[in-house]
Design a protein around this ligand. Structure first.
Ligand SMILES: Cc1cc2nc3c(=O)[nH]c(=O)nc-3n(C[C@H](O)[C@H](O)[C@H](O)COP(=O)(O)O)c2cc1C
Length: 207
């Protein structure tokens, strides 16, 4: 590495460290429940969860069974520092109705990536797994960050479900235009991590 390159990288690194120090513990004492569903963008939640945790949030994660096909609970447990919840009927050593305790604990609920399926289920009052049941039971603020193929996103049923949920006060971080896993360049890509963080800060009124 020549001296100019070395100075450049040192400068970039120092900017990054200063930024992290300034924002240290931004989410202290805040309980965020993240719901991950079965979309290709699930891997992007690794960096988001890691960031929230580093900034002091307690992050509990519920993964649908299909989400576990895309990323492993072990990765998410390691990044969040909490056990991932997925199975509604898992036998435990202690007595706790987990979907109710998570529903009550959450200051904020983020479902990302949100599949057409979870949006449809919640919009129609279906509670048939741990994630949909917990969303149904919570009084906290709930944000959906959808990500899907553009055909799915533009489907009138999906759009009607989104409209219905918005009417009930659920928040949405719209997907953006970009390269989709199916090979198209269209609207359906998960909003980027910074946009999601800024939205959470705004909703929680964190300066
Ligand atoms: C490779 C692959 C990628 C997928 N990506 C998405 C996606 O980005 N968005 C979506 O809504 N569904 C996607 N699906 C379909 C969902 O996994 C499927 O609808 C599933 O039932 C969702 O279940 P869940 O909402 O319980 O996680 C994908 C499926 C496969 C096999």
């Amino acid at each position: 590495m020549n001296i100019i390159t070395h100075i450049y990288f040192t400068y970039q690194l120092s900017k990054h460290i200063i930024k992290l120090e300034r924002e240290d513990n931004m989410f202290k004492n805040i309980n965020i429940v993240v719901g991950i569903t079965g979309g290709i963008a699930a891997y992007k939640l690794c960096s988001l969860i890691s960031y929230l945790k580093r900034e002091g949030a307690n992050v509990d994660v519920i993964m649908t069974k299909n989400a576990c096909e895309f990323i492993t609970p072990l990765t998410i447990e390691t990044l969040s520092g909490n056990k991932v919840v997925s199975d509604m009927f898992e036998k435990k050593d202690y007595m706790e109705v987990e979907h109710i305790s998570l529903a009550q604990k959450a200051d904020l609920f983020l479902i990302a990536p949100a599949t057409a399926n979870i949006i449809g289920k919640v919009a129609n009052g279906i509670a048939d797994d741990m994630l949909s049941t917990t969303i149904m039971a919570t009084n906290s603020k709930v944000i959906f960050a959808p990500a899907m193929n553009n055909g799915m996103y533009e489907n009138k049923i999906v759009q009607d479900n989104i409209k219905k949920l918005k009417k009930y006060g659920y928040k949405f971080i719209d997907p953006v235009h970009g390269n989709l896993a199916c090979g198209y360049k269209a609207v359906g890509k998960l909003a980027d991590t910074n946009t999601i963080i800024e939205y959470i800060k705004e909703l929680l009124e964190i300066k």
